[in-house]
Design a protein around this ligand. Sequence first.
Ligand code: FAD
Ligand code: NAD
Length: 470
Amino acid sequence: MESHDYDLLVIGSGPGGQKAAIAAAKLGKRVAVVERRGMVGGVCTQTGTIPSKTLREAVLYLTGYAMRGLYGESYRVKQDITVQDLLARTHFVIGREVEVIRNQLQRNRVDLLSGAARFLDEHAVEVLGERRGEHQTVTASKIVVATGTKPARPPSVEFDDRRVVDSDGILAMEAIPASMVVVGAGVIGIEYASMFAALGTRVTVVERRPAMLDFCDAEVVESLKFHLRDLAVTFRFGEEVSGVSVSERGTVTTLASGKKIAAETVMYSAGRQGVTEELAVEKAGLEADARGRLKVDEHYRTVVPHIYAVGDVIGFPALAATSMEQGRQAAYHAFGEPAGRSDAALAPYGIYTIPEVSYCGATEAELTERSVPYEVGIARYRELARGQIVGDDYGMLKLLVSPTDHALLGVHVFGTSATELVHVGQAIMGCGGTVDYLVDAVLNYPTLSEAYKVAALDATNKIRALQAFG
Ligand SMILES: Cc1cc2nc3c(=O)[nH]c(=O)nc-3n(C[C@H](O)[C@H](O)[C@H](O)COP(=O)(O)OP(=O)(O)OC[C@H]3O[C@@H](n4cnc5c(N)ncnc54)[C@H](O)[C@@H]3O)c2cc1C
Ligand SMILES: NC(=O)c1ccc[n+]([C@@H]2O[C@H](COP(=O)([O-])OP(=O)(O)OC[C@H]3O[C@@H](n4cnc5c(N)ncnc54)[C@H](O)[C@@H]3O)[C@@H](O)[C@H]2O)c1
């Protein structure tokens, strides 16, 4: 180990890279992270999770959307919302987050090397700085690749970062468009579609598949579609974009079916590509697949045992939360530190649409497919005092419960604070708890968490009613 500059070299400072670096530093290892200038914190902090979630918060606040149930449909905090209003908050949060990350790395004595990394061999990496000729070679006994993804850009479409953009380009928009086509109804597409719809943009979502977010609870997705349609979103499912033409007057998106859609802006959110091209992975004995992703084993080891890969560059589930955990697990494994394995089946999903969606555990469709019997318990926010107080009359929490042993099989939440609430159910499932705990528990009042008790009572009442038949 002593012959190398570092015990661990991490390539990429997104959530996966950060946690790998800090975990190794806490084990007393000499660690460095390589990151390009202006990208500290990764896609997560600079162009993905943090900006999109801050933008959403700014949209919710300034449009007064969440309060319209209380004060009426015309309620606004600010009449003419500008891009500057929205982006000011985003830039502020990004700046603060970058400071936090830099500080955490510094106080854990992790070196931050500025530049683009490229493998020279399986232990050596060249770091190319911004200026010509500015480069250094570093060696490490273990390496973690956490280089993430970038938006996939179909070669047939000309992105001009003004009228035809992807989720990176949308953050540099100059004005809020009156109309927009969103290509791809994945999580990114639907999150941005709902933000712009709340701002008053006429949004058309084009999706090749016949449905969206099909991994979520079908009833929740139905409710979400209903809400988005109510915000004037048009869905074109089962339709493929065949081309986009641009002129000074705007864009025209042509679908394979022959339909044409005129809009001020087109936002592509049709998948992402692993960032491995510039890394020269072949020099280290690695090979990326057609989508730029690296293959790993259950310990996040690539085919070269001292090189690990974590985060979006290894593909599904490609979330900030899972990337962080993979980073920590990889570092522990690399240095022989025992680590408990987190149960992937209990990793929650949080979709920051307006309204938001979150779930953990199984869906009804999965349980039906596996012939697992379940009972459903539902709580509607409009019947909760807190639901009334916050003006959410559409939210709901659904529990899927085993009628035999009362185990909690899944939690699905739609509406205010869904992404926070889901963790109560996750904790119960993670600890092998049952719905009976919720039936007997006393919860703060008035809260949205009370939904758990209401839904638990609903489920157990139904189970009891069935048992009456013997
Ligand atoms: C619009 C959007 C919204 C999202 N919202 C959410 C959300 O709400 N919740 C959630 O959990 N996830 C969300 N995600 C996904 C989340 O951002 C990713 O899962 C997460 O960022 C992946 O982390 P990572 O560690 O793989 O690295 P990334 O964050 O992808 O960062 C990788 C870093 O590696 C650097 N890098 C690449 N190549 C090199 C090189 N050769 N040399 C040096 N550095 C290099 C890049 O510059 C980049 O900074 C969102 C993503 C997008 C795009
Ligand atoms: N809240 C969150 O957790 C969150 C938020 C945003 C992103 N993410 C992560 O980022 C990743 C990338 O998200 P994404 O939405 O870009 O990718 P995705 O692959 O999930 O969705 C892309 C969609 O575009 C469709 N599509 C592709 N080409 C098309 C075409 N020509 N015409 C019409 N439709 C087309 C695909 O059928 C697919 O449904 C995901 O893995 C997601 O987990 C997570």
